[in-house]
Design a protein around this ligand. Structure first.
Ligand SMILES: NC(=O)c1ccc[n+]([C@@H]2O[C@H](COP(=O)([O-])OP(=O)(O)OC[C@H]3O[C@@H](n4cnc5c(N)ncnc54)[C@H](OP(=O)(O)O)[C@@H]3O)[C@@H](O)[C@H]2O)c1
Length: 406
């Protein structure tokens, strides 16, 4: 099978790697206000819309919103919050948004994809990164040093940026606060703790729509079945990742990077109800866990308001109603897919793993491969990929561009 068409996918253009333009000064534009300033990348997505709603009903000034194709939602958001900047990556949608806002009462800069990294380098209190996939790599690196806090949902960027991303954030004094519910849970468990006292990190997994299925039952699953997640409403890519449980492999790597813990100390646990999000087992046998209703508004609000907590009108757990919590042993195919986390960390092929998975998911959504072929698709690319050494941003881009796709 040939996957050459996807090569265009990893070109610098796709990755938004335009160098910041010298003649466009977006810096130092933050105004003095009592409220926190925020930019929301992927404001039209599942996470982004929740972040937008939290920001607009709380003490935030929304400085910039960024989207791709959903121009209707972008225009609605602009009319609600009148940001200074709107960046629209998709060309046709950019023109629609620009024309629609040409008569707006406040001057709003509507800018195309080539300005994405410049918009990311506006000084803000909080940058919410909720663009899906590796396209978020450029703006994520660009916001370091300009955002005080980076509330990051885009796991593909955390795993591809790896320790280099964490070091850069530390050096440039941008605090990374995870949005993913499992990592938010671990972050909260660890807040005043000593990482040396960790014996194990446990990330829970709902098991997705195919929890009870054997591998043979997966051959003919449809795209709609794979997109029907029992607990979470999410974008298509992450929903398919949840169905394959490769999402958990990605999250295990994400946890290893965020908390600087060896991958061998990170374990998945299938917990259907998605009430416990993450647990730490300490060296003395104590477990600490974070529980909440499965509602992404909670970790998003935690990350955006950090170090404070804002009241949120979410469902509270009623333990009598709940009755019990369950934990299920994974099937062989589920363990194999989640186990990719250990093998790609061990072989240093995490970036290749991420790109191969993004391509496999897209191929499945386009109807070019079956659900049950996703794992082999990834392994075929991994077999040909070289071990990765990342010491710079350019290294990451070079590795992505050199992944043997066919
Ligand atoms: N949803 C969840 O519960 C959840 C939980 C944890 C982590 N995450 C992670 O959060 C990220 C977003 O997930 P999601 O579920 O919100 O995805 P989603 O609903 O598919 O939204 C993706 C967002 O990214 C925008 N986007 C995509 N490509 C872009 C580009 N080239 N330039 C600018 N904007 C672009 C989309 O714009 P348009 O809609 O305008 O095209 C949309 O706003 C993913 O990395 C996911 O793994 C999600």
């Amino acid at each position: 099978m040939g996957y050459h068409h996807i090569l265009t996918w990893s070109t610098p253009e796709y990755l938004n790697l335009y160098p910041p333009r010298q003649n466009t000064d977006y810096r130092g534009q933050r105004e003095k206000h009592d409220c926190k300033t925020v930019s929301i990348f992927g404001s039209t997505g599942t996470i982004g819309q929740k972040a937008f709603s939290i920001a607009s009903s709380n003490n935030f000034e929304i400085v910039a919103i960024i989207g791709n194709r959903n121009y209707r939602c972008l225009i609605e958001q602009v009319l609600k919050c009148l940001p200074k900047y709107v960046c629209v990556s998709d060309d046709a949608s950019f023109k629609i948004v620009r024309d629609a806002l040409s008569g707006a009462r406040k001057r709003i800069e509507v800018v195309p994809n080539s300005e994405l990294v410049n918009v990311a380098s506006i000084d803000v209190d909080c940058c919410v990164m909720a663009m899906s996939g590796i396209a978020a790599l450029g703006p994520t690196f660009a916001c370091l040093g300009h955002a005080k806090n980076l509330a990051i949902a885009t796991k593909e960027v955390i795993i591809s940026g790896g320790q280099y991303l964490m070091n850069q954030a530390h050096e440039k004094k941008t605090k990374i606060i995870p949005v993913d519910s499992e990592h938010s849970a671990i972050y909260q468990c660890l807040e005043e703790g000593n990482p040396d006292a960790i014996n194990q990190i446990i990330l829970t997994a709902s098991g997705g729509p195919f929890l009870g299925r054997t591998e043979d039952d997966l051959d003919n699953v449809t795209i709609d079945e794979a997109l029907a997640h029992p607990n979470w409403k999410m974008g298509k890519k992450v929903t398919i990742d949840s169905a394959t449980m490769i999402n958990k492999a990605i999250e295990m790597i994400e946890a290893s990077i965020l908390f600087d813990i060896p991958i061998t100390k990170i374990k998945p646990l299938i917990h259907r109800e998605s009430i416990i999000h993450g647990m730490i087992c300490f060296v003395d046998g104590t477990f600490k866990a974070v529980l909440s209703s499965p509602d992404m508004s909670i970790p998003i609000s935690f990350a955006m308001n950090y170090p404070n907590r804002n009241p949120l009108n979410t469902d509270r757990i009623d333990f009598y109603d709940l009755g019990s919590l369950t934990f299920t042993k994974p099937k062989q195919w589920q363990s194999r897919n989640m186990g990719l986390a250990y093998s790609v960390m061990d072989s240093r092929k995490v970036i290749a793993f991420n790109v191969a998975n993004e391509m496999a998911v897209q191929s499945f959504l386009d109807g070019r491969i079956r659900f049950s072929e996703i794992y082999e698709y990834i392994v075929r690319i991994l077999d040909k990929a070289e071990p990765e050494n990342v010491n710079s941003y350019e290294d990451i881009v070079r590795i992505i561009n050199n992944i043997p796709l066919s």
